[in-house]
Design a protein around this ligand. Structure first.
Ligand code: UDP
Length: 159
């Protein structure tokens, strides 16, 4: 049978994106969503939340022993965030590439077209999150979007 390239199945992948408090507060939500949609991702889920301390501590549990942890918790609870599930082929790596390096000051130099370069402020306030592996993506998506998950996203969080 003939197969045109349009018929070849692509394997879609999902990743978790967060527009962090500095991004929401700086009015970057619309431009970031435009960048996402303009880069062939679809946004399959989306919610705006005010995270509480326990939710952030649980989400970033792998960093609990780091010196920057308390600052990170304070930052991530400082205002509302927008949490999205992004879907496309190779979504995890492609979203990480689009956001650029962790330190926004480095991103401005090495990846000037990245999201963190245009909306991030520094190493902590870097405007966006992206899952770093298939394991993280699965955990993070269920953390926020599965009703049965053990995540501490209380009804009080949702705006
Ligand atoms: N972070 C920080 N100081 C550091 C490293 C990281 O405040 O020295 C913050 C920053 O907001 C980062 C988050 O902690 O996005 C999680 O760190 P990770 O190393 O997982 O970076 P990411 O995967 O977000 O690029």
């Amino acid at each position: 049978p003939l197969r045109s390239s349009a018929n070849v199945d692509t394997i879609k992948e999902k990743t978790l994106a967060i527009i962090k408090p500095d991004g929401v507060n700086g009015n970057y939500v619309d431009v970031i969503k435009k960048t996402i949609l303009g880069s062939s991702f679809s946004i399959t889920q989306e919610m705006q939340l005010q995270l509480n301390v326990n939710t952030v501590k649980s989400f970033y549990a792998e960093h609990a022993s780091k010196s920057f942890f308390s600052g990170l918790v304070q930052y991530m609870t400082s205002g509302p965030v927008v949490i999205m599930v992004l879907e496309k082929e190779n979504a995890i790596a492609d979203w990480r590439a689009l956001i650029g390096p962790t330190d926004a000051n480095i991103a401005k130099v090495t990846h000037p077209k990245s999201v963190r370069a245009f909306c991030g402020l520094d190493l902590q306030r870097n405007c966006v999150h992206g899952s770093d592996s298939p394991q993280s993506a699965a955990r993070e998506i269920s953390f926020f979007f599965e009703k049965s998950s053990s995540a501490i996203v209380s009804q009080h969080d949702e705006l």
